[in-house]
Design a protein around this ligand. Sequence first.
Ligand SMILES: [Cu+2]
Length: 288
Amino acid sequence: MSKILLALLLVALTVGSAWTFWSGNWWFVHPISEHGPKVDDQFNRTLVVVGFAFITCQLALAWAVFRYGRKGNERSKYTHGNNKLEAVWTVITAVVFVVVAVYGQIVWAGIHLNQPSDAEATNIEVVAQQFQWNFHYPGADGVTGKTNTKFINDGSLNFVGVDPDDPNGKDDIQISTLVVPEKRPVALRIRSKDVIHSLFVPALRIKQDAVPGMNVRIHFKATEVGKYEIACAELCGSLHFNMKTFLLVLPQEDYDALTAMTPEKYKERLGQLMERYEVNSSKVIAAN
Ligand SMILES: [Cu+2]
């Protein structure tokens, strides 16, 4: 009797686990980058393969428990295995996983090997630190001021170390929100001041480590205006949990108007724009 219960429990656990995926109740936020749907397709391909293997194996296990479970005091049979069967399932598994990996490489290459040039892209410097994200924009002149670690001074809000003598840096903006225009190529250069952090923007399907001593360039095109969550995805210290902020995707004309403002006006206007959208969506919640 107990082996029947155990077999049923295995079936129930398998069906229950599969249902959590099938029901669609727990899923990613809607993708809002040009490459997002391709990442999701690759995720789904992988999920179908491993899901099929998981369900088949668990149901086979339930069957084995039910059919071959202990009946009395009979002795177990000893087997040396079957080389032909092992060769067959090893080859099938290898072929399936190589195909999945090749698809994955095609998606990866499509994203990483098609970098827009600096002239085409909206360029934003990202400087991570314990425990905040700093986004450094070139300001109205479109030229990012020089930075040097010796000018870093959190007390005077120069978090990224803009050179005070560089005229190009006078109108630069340092804020903790990532603001980008809709449907335009954006290039981020990601650095860290202290330990490893990781810029995670679920809606963009982007997760990139910020590594001290490295300057990592990533790019994307956001396809929907709105406000979306950003988190640090690398355990970076005691306040890691609090290292979160927002991505604000704006219509081109709003972005251009914002960029033309002085740093003070920029921050004031940004506050108003942040109020406009619901988190993780393009739904407008207030008219302004
Ligand atoms: Cu962090």
